[in-house]
Ligand binder design. Structure first.
Ligand code: A2P
Length: 317
């Protein structure tokens, strides 16, 4: 079953997408081919993942092989932080479309509410950040909306935005973002953001839904918990006759969020394409909701500078 959710601009987003962060080279190609063959119709990528050419090659080959049509697919990519100037927004979109070998994407997301000086991939000093007072998020966002007007993306959204940042953006732009893609799973359920987005009709996509164990070492935190190995989660999954990963995916969809588990393994890609109605039974839902551990896996502190990247003391507030 290909459950999907309606976005605030009338387009629909398939509930399960293949995450491609951390998939490299031929692994990314094979994962996308396999996912499409299994029935995934939603592929999530980004310029910074450095694999858009492989993702694009897989999409092109799948279309040529008759596995799927372009129109049946929902392809997302994201604007990296060093392309926040309006001219660079256009250039970055051009680069992504060229690598993907596509005429348009379905969703273009601002990757972070943070700007880097042009040419800086990952900053290591304050001067490499572009203060938002000089390059406001709404200026970048409006440039993204112009890409939509030109048909280069069907929908425009954001990623890693808190309630406060969504409010600031919404006050300044004409169209509310269609999507906010953020980290969501039972250790980081973000109830306040979920409620706010339901009220304002911003669809949430859950990234790192399985706890993203394969993150690069610089993003690993000492002593962090592992979500898939949580004994409470494993107990609930067993009772529900699901694998822990399937339970996490079904739980995400049950909350009305789309979800983008990453895998490069054919069996796990297949396993993660959960064929379930998107409602969990009450008991299973309550048991997952009762998991008490709280942890944010993606928390790149080096990107958060008080007064430079954001106002106030907590980037996520
Ligand atoms: P692999 O790519 O070898 O399958 P996230 O989506 O939260 O970023 O998590 C991705 C991580 O979870 C990867 O290490 C991926 O490994 C692993 N993974 C994906 N699907 C499953 C699954 N069904 N069971 C166990 N691990 C999984």
């Amino acid at each position: 079953m290909n459950t999907s959710f309606e976005l605030n601009d009338g387009h629909r987003i398939p509930a399960i997408g293949l995450g491609t962060w951390k998939s490299k080279d031929d692994g990314a190609y094979r994962a996308v081919r396999e996912a499409i063959a299994v029935g995934y119709r939603h592929i999530d990528g980004a310029w910074i993942y450095g694999n858009e050419d492989q993702v694009g090659r897989a999409i092109g080959d799948a279309v040529r092989a008759g596995d799927v049509t372009r129109e049946e697919l929902f392809v997302t990519t994201k604007l990296w932080n060093s392309f926040h100037a309006p001219d660079d927004v256009e250039r970055a979109m051009g680069e992504s479309l060229k690598s993907l070998a596509l005429d348009y994407v379905d969703l273009y997301l601002m990757h972070w509410p943070i700007a880097f000086r042009p040419g800086v991939m990952i900053p290591d000093e304050d001067s490499q950040f572009w203060p938002l007072s000089d390059m406001p998020l709404e200026v970048t966002y409006e440039a993204m909306l112009r890409l939509k007007e030109r048909g280069l993306t069907k929908s425009v959204g954001v990623s890693n935005f808190s309630v406060n940042k969504l409010e600031v953006l919404a006050a300044a732009v004409e169209q509310f973002p269609a999507v906010n893609q953020v980290e969501l799973h039972p250790y980081h359920p973000q109830e306040k953001l979920l409620a706010y987005c339901a009220k304002t009709k911003v669809h949430l996509t859950a990234y790192s839904p399985l706890g993203s164990r394969d993150r690069p070492p610089r993003l690993l935190q000492q002593g962090e918990p592992t979500l898939l190995e949580s004994s409470s989660l494993q107990d609930v999954a067993k009772r529900a006759e699901l694998t822990p990963a399937q339970l996490l995916i079904a739980w995400a969809i049950d909350r009305g969020t789309s979800v983008i588990p990453k895998s490069e393994n054919p069996d796990r890609i297949r396993q993660n394409f959960v064929h379930l109605p998107h409602a969990l039974d009450e008991q299973t839902r309550a048991a997952v909701d009762a998991i008490a551990t709280r942890f944010r896996f993606v928390n790149p502190q080096g990107m958060f500078r008080d007064g430079v990247t954001h106002e106030g003391s907590d980037f996520w507030a």
